[in-house]
Design a protein. Structure first.
Length: 53
């Protein structure tokens, strides 16, 4: 059964951006998503690379 929920809720993140974020998390050895967000906010180059915030 399919749900017809177009236009409902928040728009999802780009799959490419999510993969980039996961790679940054692995490379930087970050333990949590909040650590990843803090890292991206502190280092603008990472934020631009991931394009998630």
């Amino acid at each position: 059964m399919r749900s017809n929920a177009s236009g409902v809720g928040r728009t999802g993140y780009s799959p490419v951006s999510m993969i980039k974020a996961i790679l940054i998390k692995i490379i930087k050895n970050l333990n949590s998503n909040s650590d990843l967000i803090d890292e991206c906010i502190c280092q603008v180059s990472l934020e631009r690379a991931a394009i998630i915030i």
